[in-house]
Ligand binder design. Structure first.
Ligand code: ADP
Ligand code: MG
Length: 743
């Protein structure tokens, strides 16, 4: 017996082959399939007479009629077949042409009644219906049971081998059989309060709506529900943590003062405010979960250092996690320097490298320079860690590997790791009684709606002030005609000893878009002006799909090093390189042994190269504003005037408007909100990584909905933390948690 949880493979119309394809959408069971919602609708609900249709040239119409002729014909182009038919009703007739569906002439016959929806077109001297969607009916006037025509028709996002037509054909009978069995997942009081459609009706109406109002009402329900599930997931974690205990580390005000006094600069007001807030959090036995958000260069590290120092002075340990080896090393250096007078033992562990800072050297009295760090064996480092001989361990993901045991971990600091923090803390807690505090630092601006949803278990602190010595980076959209001028400017800057970044967009996505287009429209020739095809890739052919990121980068490298800047030292950096190689290159660039660093967008975040003053970005329109803003943040890290040059490959006005926002604003937070407004929530960092489902994604641009779902989730969890009285909701949440995934 088939039921909602039956594997789709066992549904007769589906079978093994289709089940495999469905799995790619994450559809395994009948219920999953019923919850696979359309992306949009075609409105074929108005059925008109053939006579009327003939008057509507250029419009998409729906008609019903009887086939009087049907046959396959050959076309002028050999690779296409054509099926021609004539349909009539009430004495009026219209010609119909289908392309590349030769089987139609076998499945539709003369005298059959059909319902057709397609565009009325003109060919030579005749009017015809172009490639219509068709559906056989018993008689003219029948419109009760239509699936593909004569109604509002669902269109699903399709991938290879699965069409909307097939999905409709499979889903509809399943709805008839099983829709009534879908258990209501939302609590009754929520449905009443919000006047939501009950789940069964909502599922039905989402697939086969009676009207657009019905479809909207269903969407509203599921937008709410999906956001509500995210909120439940996040808040559940938060509640779980609230009952745990952490080390209380009272603030040592004198120590903090002597630390800030020892810095070569004054903290900004923002830094002071959040350092204080964090130090106050650390005094509590409730584990802190805080996200410190601030633009690149706003000085988050020093705030983290203060928290770390205060924790270390209570005799506990700190883990400081960075996303890459280069950044881990950078942190080792800067923490060793800023903590050099405070007798802190710092270690670093990455995939290959284990190092410690020689503090003895410093307690011996040489206080002026940076304490040396030296390599040790991994084993001895881990031994020291377990004995409590290391106070702060900096590192990459290597920190959460097996065998890394802290003696007394009280604080985890995560740099640029976003969401992942919670799971990483879970790793680090293992079977400890006390939970470490968590401080996550990021330069990725997170708009309020996201902060309240997928980051909703973290308290948010926003550093909105830059150190005073910074000059604003000048941002310029460079017209094609000004390219030469920009290159000349770069030469002058390099002659002055400055460094230049050139970012070249990744082309993987372009290649896949191209492939999609080829599949959809057939081969194209010479349409290199298409907006998604960068001009410098030349004419488009199937073989150019094989052009990969590295090759495109190499071509650009050739061009720059041979034609544009033959006298300058240019080096490439890309994601396919091994970490040590990348690191060597970054260091050479930092030291001034490389003039121009050409790289794909994968270049590490946060790397500090004060001598770099120009950030030049090719194909700038292909990046989100937040990402562009991040690139820009790599320059302007000294008191020298820096520049950001934006080159575009398409003259599109919308892009121009977007890029102008970047010229005008230097505020990452503002830019992220703008991205949200212009490109939608899907463009935001975090949403893809989290696998936020479509409906929730749409809801994410609606702050009221976000706040409402959050309040509802909070209220419910306070009443029933384990959801024991809401088994259907609990089940949905479980499935949902399996579906969304963390990177
Ligand atoms: P981010 O927030 O991007 O992590 P960092 O912590 O790396 O920024 O700081 C960038 C640079 O600014 C570092 O060299 C740091 O020493 C310096 N810095 C931090 N705070 C200040 C300040 N208040 N005034 C001047 N320079 C500062
Ligand atoms: Mg940083």
């Amino acid at each position: 017996m088939i039921n909602l949880s039956t594997n789709v493979e066992e549904v007769p119309k589906i079978g093994v082959a289709y089940a495999k394809k469905l799995k790619k959408f994450g559809i395994k069971t009948v219920q999953d399939l019923l919850f696979y919602f359309p992306a949009r609708y075609d409105d074929f609900s108005e059925i008109i007479s053939v006579k009327e249709a003939r008057q509507r040239l250029g419009e998409t119409v729906c008609i019903q009629g009887q086939i009087t002729e049907i046959e396959n014909t050959n076309t002028f182009k050999k690779f296409m077949t054509m099926t021609e038919a004539v349909i009539q009703d009430d004495g009026a007739e219209i010609k119909v042409i289908w392309f590349n569906q030769p089987y139609l002439a076998k499945s539709l016959h003369e005298d059959d009644f059909v319902c057709l929806a397609g565009k009325v077109s003109l060919y030579k001297e005749g009017i015809y219906l172009n490639n219509p969607t068709y559906e056989r009916i018993n008689e003219i006037g029948e419109n009760e049971e239509l699936t593909h025509t004569g109604r509002i028709v669902p269109v699903y996002s399709e991938t290879r081998g699965i069409t909307s037509r097939w999905l409709r054909y499979v889903i509809k009978p399943l709805l008839y059989r099983f829709c009534e069995q879908i258990p209501e997942s939302l609590p009754e009081e929520i449905i009443k309060k919000n006047k939501f459609l009950p789940i069964q009706e909502a599922v039905w109406q989402l697939h086969f709506p009676d009207s657009f109002e019905h479809a909207d009402a269903s969407k509203a329900r599921f937008s709410f529900e999906e956001l509500f599930l995210i909120q439940l997931n996040v808040l559940k974690e938060k509640i779980k943590l609230m009952v745990k205990k952490a080390h209380a580390c009272p603030m040592d005000a004198d120590l903090m003062k002597s630390f800030t006094d020892s810095l070569p600069f004054q903290l900004t007001d923002s830094q002071k405010k959040f350092a204080f807030a964090i130090l106050k959090d650390l005094e509590k036995t409730v584990p802190m979960s805080r996200l410190l958000e601030g633009d690149v260069g706003s000085g988050k590290t020093v705030v983290g250092a203060m928290a770390a120092l205060n924790v270390v002075k209570h005799g506990h340990q700190v883990a400081f996690m960075a996303p890459t080896e280069i950044l881990a090393k950078q942190h080792l250096k800067s923490l060793s320097e800023s903590l050099k007078n405070f007798d802190v033992r710092i270690g670093m562990l990455t995939g290959k490298d284990a190092r410690i800072t020689d503090v003895r050297h410093h307690t011996n009295g040489v206080m002026s320079d940076i304490p040396p760090t030296f390599e040790v064996s991994k084993k001895s480092l881990l031994g020291d860690l377990e004995n409590g001989q290391i106070d702060i361990l900096i590192g990459t993901h290597a920190l959460i590997q097996k065998g890394v045991e802290f003696k007394d971990l009280a604080l985890v600091i995560l740099d640029e790791q976003h969401r992942f923090g919670v799971e990483q803390r879970d790793h680090l807690i293992k079977n400890k009684k006390l939970v470490p505090h968590l401080l996550s630092m990021t330069a990725t601006p997170i708009p309020r709606t996201l902060a309240l949803t997928i980051y909703g278990d973290l308290d948010l602190s926003l550093i909105d002030e830059m150190p005073k010595n910074r000059k604003k980076v000048k941002t310029i959209i460079v017209e094609p005609s000004q390219r030469k001028e920009a290159y000349e400017f770069i030469k002058k800057e390099v002659a002055d000893g400055k460094g230049v970044f050139v970012i070249f967009p990744k082309i993987d996505s372009t290649a896949s878009k191209l492939k999609e287009a080829l599949e959809k429209h057939g081969p194209m020739t010479g349409s290199a002006s298409d907006s998604f095809i960068p001009q410098n890739y030349g004419p488009i052919s199937l073989s150019s799909l094989a052009v990969n990121e590295v090759k495109a980068l190499k071509e650009e490298y050739e061009k720059l090093s041979k034609e544009v800047f033959p006298d300058l030292r240019i080096t490439m950096l890309h994601g396919k390189m091994k970490a040590p190689e990348k690191e060597r290159i970054m260091l050479d660039f930092k030291k001034g042994e490389i003039d121009i660093l050409l790289s794909t967008s994968v270049v590490e975040v946060g790397v500090d190269v004060p001598r770099a003053t120009i950030m030049m970005i090719e194909g700038a329109e292909r990046f989100g504003l937040s990402q562009l803003h991040q690139f820009r943040g790599r320059v302007g890290r000294s008191d020298m005037q820096s520049y950001c040059f934006l080159f575009t490959t398409s003259p599109d006005q919308l892009n121009r408007k977007r890029l102008k926002a970047l010229v005008e604003s230097n505020n990452g937070f503002e830019l992220a909100e703008k991205d949200l407004e212009i490109r939608g929530p899907g463009s935001l960092y975090g949403t893809q990584q989290w696998g936020v489902p479509d409906m929730a994604m749409q809801g994410l641009s609606n702050i009221f909905l976000v706040e409402k779902t959050r309040a509802a989730a909070k209220e419910l969890l306070e009443k029933d933390p384990t959801l024991k009285d809401y088994p259907a909701l609990k089940e949905r949440l479980k499935e949902f948690e399996k579906r969304i995934h963390f990177e």
